[in-house]
Design a protein around this ligand. Structure first.
Ligand code: NDP
Length: 317
């Protein structure tokens, strides 16, 4: 039997890969500039933000906004100006010459004059079933996003790197007590960050401990079960459990084709969103190991859109 596949080829000016605040903002700006962008949403439409509940620090929403509602609104806004939003992902891309050639997961080919990579980053989790069960109910990978909900409460942060120390000191300003769960007897963090932790009286470091289970009830997290490196198991009572064990930038699609740093973050040129490949721009968490906020991602999406517009004008495209 012969199978008939219809594979389409699309010639476009701007391909946007990723549907977090960076991707949607880039789509809003490029569609308003009549560049007819095509955006692929990827595996997690709406991006990392959709794993949280209420967003209280996105400007313009006095009483906060549900994360999914915010992302749906960004998507609708981009569509209103004519951006084409497609479900699914780009499975491969060739950036060796312009126009760039991408293949989506239906094997359609997209030939694009410019590309904005806004594929985000993924927080690392421990991989415990109980951690998944209480995600959004006391388990969080973003202290800046969710710390406010734990004012005057007791929380724990897992990890001993700069991220964990930064999260712990941020939370210490809000919470009654912060435990740091560190699997070795030393921090990985820089000396300056370690000093900050040591000088914060309401942080207690639990050295040489691994998390065995996040404990909870129908309302959310109530504690955590830890195992010391000598095999002793004990529980502590907490209201919130924060992951600070690192992020993975989602740059695998373009790894080896654009310059990335030692941790895989795409390197952009100074304040611009330009990557090491002319015509390819990066926005949001895939190029930002420092700030990782919805508002900073949205702002960099705007920058990438303006960079694309200028690039197309400069090259008479
Ligand atoms: P890191 O990889 O530096 O640290 C990860 C930490 O998590 C380590 O302490 C590691 O332990 C621990 N860890 C990893 N997996 C597990 C696990 N399964 N169970 C328990 N603990 C675990 O990641 P960061 O996100 O902290 O930092 C990434 C990069 O970003 C670094 O270069 C850092 O310097 C930089 N950064 C800089 C900041 C700043 O300057 N303000 C702020 C945040 C990050 P172990 O040490 O045993 O491997």
């Amino acid at each position: 039997m012969m199978l008939n596949f219809t594979i389409f080829v699309f010639m476009i000016q701007t391909l946007i890969i990723g549907s977090g605040p960076a991707g949607y903002t880039a789509a809003i700006y490029t569609s308003r500039a009549a560049l007819s962008p095509v955006l692929y949403e990827g595996m997690e439409p709406g991006g990392q933000l959709t794993t949280t509940t209420i967003v209280e620090n996105y400007p313009g929403f006095e009483n906060g906004i549900d994360a999914n509602t915010l992302m749906d609104a960004m998507k609708a806004q981009a569509k209103r100006f004519g951006a084409e939003i497609r479900p699914g992902r780009i499975k491969s891309i060739d950036l060796s010459s312009r126009p760039f050639r991408a293949i989506d997961d239906h094997d359609n080919e997209i030939i694009a004059q410019t590309v904005i990579i806004a594929t985000g980053a993924t927080a690392r989790y421990l991989g415990l079933p109980s951690e998944t069960k209480y995600r959004g109910m006391g388990v969080s990978a973003c202290a800046t996003c969710d710390g406010f909900f734990y004012r005057k409460k007791t929380v724990a942060v897992v990890g001993g790197g700069d991220s964990a120390c930064e999260e712990a000191t941020y939370l210490a300003g809000l919470c009654k007590k912060v435990y740091m769960i560190v699997r070795r007897d030393v921090f990985r963090a820089s000396a300056a960050m370690q000093r900050k932790v040591e000088n914060t009286p309401n942080i207690e470091v639990l050295w040489g401990c691994n998390t065995r289970e996040v404990l909870g009830d129908e309302y959310g997290v109530t504690g955590v079960r830890l195992e010391k490196n000598d095999g002793t198991v004990f529980d502590i009572s907490i209201d919130g459990f924060f992951l600070g064990i690192g992020h993975h930038p989602n740059s695998d699609l373009v790894r080896g084709q654009v310059e990335t740093d030692a941790n895989g973050y795409i390197v952009t040129d100074g304040k611009s969103s330009a990557t090491s490949v002319e015509g390819v721009f990066a926005a949001g968490d895939v190029q930002d190991p420092s700030y990782r906020q919805a508002i900073t991602a949205a702002a960099s999406g705007c920058r990438a859109a303006l960079d694309v517009e200028r690039f197309l004008i400069e090259h008479n495209i």
